[in-house]
Design a protein around this ligand. Structure first.
Ligand SMILES: NC(=O)c1ccc[n+]([C@@H]2O[C@H](COP(=O)([O-])OP(=O)(O)OC[C@H]3O[C@@H](n4cnc5c(N)ncnc54)[C@H](O)[C@@H]3O)[C@@H](O)[C@H]2O)c1
Length: 436
């Protein structure tokens, strides 16, 4: 099948590449000329494990190409997947301008039968609005479907190739049949394709992200209670997570959730509910808890060193919002580093993939280090903000030698408090029982 994918970000590039990998001819469209030029030259502009190899192979075998020219791309395709951004607007609602613009362009470029499949995360009712745009701009017969994407950055290719489910919002039998065929290679292990009306599909995506955000805020607040009462969050987490009704995922305490999805999707869902005179108070609480949680390490540091951090140097390990990605959108590191700088501290940062992104945000206000040990040199303390695997078993003796004093503020609970005590580190983590 010939497929166009509009938007070559984390979702569009992964989707387009995986559709090509399953034999389709895919043309990816983006307005970002630099990005398209990079992709045409075989360079993948984002870090996502396994992606570059797949892109190269499918380009080489002629199934995957990139363009800035939407009209011919759509003209030669049966389906256009929309994977453009839906960022948070000032009001908290999702900004749908990219989606609407592309829908209009696709409609105008369509000649015969065509499917617009909205993959971007969009508020309930967007499918109807896109349909209205398409009806007033299109010449061909166009079905508008909602196919929200559930991949996780850091394992996006794997998630796309083996999704737990595909959610397909469609009111057209023809479009449903075609989209089922497109997704069939990814659900060979009998994971379901759930066909539903577009409104339910749109809401399913928000409901999923909102539930995951709730779990994180819940466990973070539980961790704070553990500290207050002298309990151990890891025991509580395991004790509750082994209950099959609860499950163990997304119950790790830390410095708050970030990324390009949870913060904006929680806000957008609160906003959608507000449009219907409903106060989604549980989500407002999750969001407020998350904002507080992002402050927790700097509060600890101020308790340790005093409020004035002038002259203090902090090594920061981890800038991306999660491991195995270079994405820094809404990352807790953004808040933590700004707070450290505001209190007068200096920051020496390391991240295996996100240094370039961080440089765009912080410029020369912090220093950037190619290795985690280099970042430690001469620092008063280490702060850990992302749980990259390579931080899990460091050489503690070397760390002690590099740091001015053996102090760690661990926002991801990477180490055992007992071991830290034995190694004579002053070790702060989240929700752990102090070691006597
Ligand atoms: N990132 C994730 O993990 C993830 C997961 C699931 C769903 N989503 C959703 O998918 C959507 C895309 O997210 P993303 O992270 O890939 O975004 P992104 O910002 O990485 O990529 C969006 C791309 O769309 C391009 N674009 C914007 N306007 C365009 C236009 N008129 N024509 C062509 N291209 C255009 C941009 O240049 C950019 O390359 C969002 O709605 C997001 O909420 C994201």
């Amino acid at each position: 099948m010939n497929i166009a994918v509009v938007g070559t970000g984390y979702v569009g590039l992964v989707s387009g590449t995986c559709f090509a990998e399953s034999g389709n001819e895919v043309i990816c469209v983006d307005i970002n000329r630099e990005r398209v030029a990079q992709l045409q030259a075989g360079k993948v502009p984002i870090y996502e494990p396994g992606l570059e190899e797949l892109v190269r192979r499918n380009v080489k075998e002629g199934r995957l190409s990139f363009t800035t020219d939407l009209v011919p791309a759509v003209g030669q395709s049966m389906v256009s997947f929309l994977a453009v951004g839906t960022p948070m607007s000032d009001s908290g609602a999702a900004d749908l301008s990219q989606v609407f613009r592309v829908a209009e362009q696709v409609a105008k470029a369509t000649i015969g039968y065509h499917i617009i499949a909205i993959k971007s995360t969009v508020p309930v009712g967007t499918n109807d609005r896109v349909r209205t745009i398409v009806e007033s701009n299109g010449k061909g017969r166009i079905d508008v479907c909602s196919v929200p994407e559930f991949l996780k950055e850091g394992s996006a290719v794997e998630d796309f190739m083996r999704p737990d489910r595909v959610v397909l919002g469609s009111t057209s039998e023809q479009a449903t049949a075609i989209l089922r065929e497109v997704h069939a290679p990814f659900v060979r292990t009998d994971n379901p394709i759930l066909v539903m009306d577009p409104r339910s599909a749109e809401l399913t995506k928000y409901a999923s992200n909102a539930m995951l955000a709730l779990r994180i805020s819940f466990i973070n607040q539980m961790a704070n209670l553990c500290e207050a009462v002298g309990a151990e969050i890891n025991d509580v987490r395991r004790g509750m997570g082994t209950d099959k009704r609860i499950g163990s995922q997304f119950l790790f305490p830390g410095v708050g959730y970030g990324g390009s999805c949870f913060p904006k999707d929680v806000q957008a869902l609160i906003h959608s509910a507000g449009d219907h005179k409903l106060d989604f108070s549980i989500l407002r609480a999750a969001d407020a808890v998350n904002d507080e949680q992002k402050q927790i390490l700097v509060t600890r540091a101020k308790e340790h060193f005093g409020n004035d951090l002038r002259g203090r140097v902090f090594a920061v390990w981890g800038l991306a919002f999660k491991p195995r990605t270079d994405d820094m959108r809404e990352a807790p590191s953004l808040v933590v580093i700004e707070q450290l700088l505001a209190a007068g501290a200096k920051v020496r940062a390391h991240d295996p993939e996100a240094l370039e992104g961080a440089r765009k945000v912080f410029g020369d206000r912090i220093t950037y280090h190619a290795t985690n040990y280099e970042a430690l040199q001469g620092a008063d303390a280490l702060m850990i903000l992302t749980e990259w695997n390579e931080f899990r078993h460091p050489n503690f003796q070397r760390m002690k030698a590099d740091l001015k004093a053996p102090i760690i503020f661990d926002g991801r609970n990477l180490y055992e408090p007992g071991l830290m005590k034995a190694l004579e580190f002053k070790y702060y983590s989240i929700g752990r029982r102090p070691v006597a």
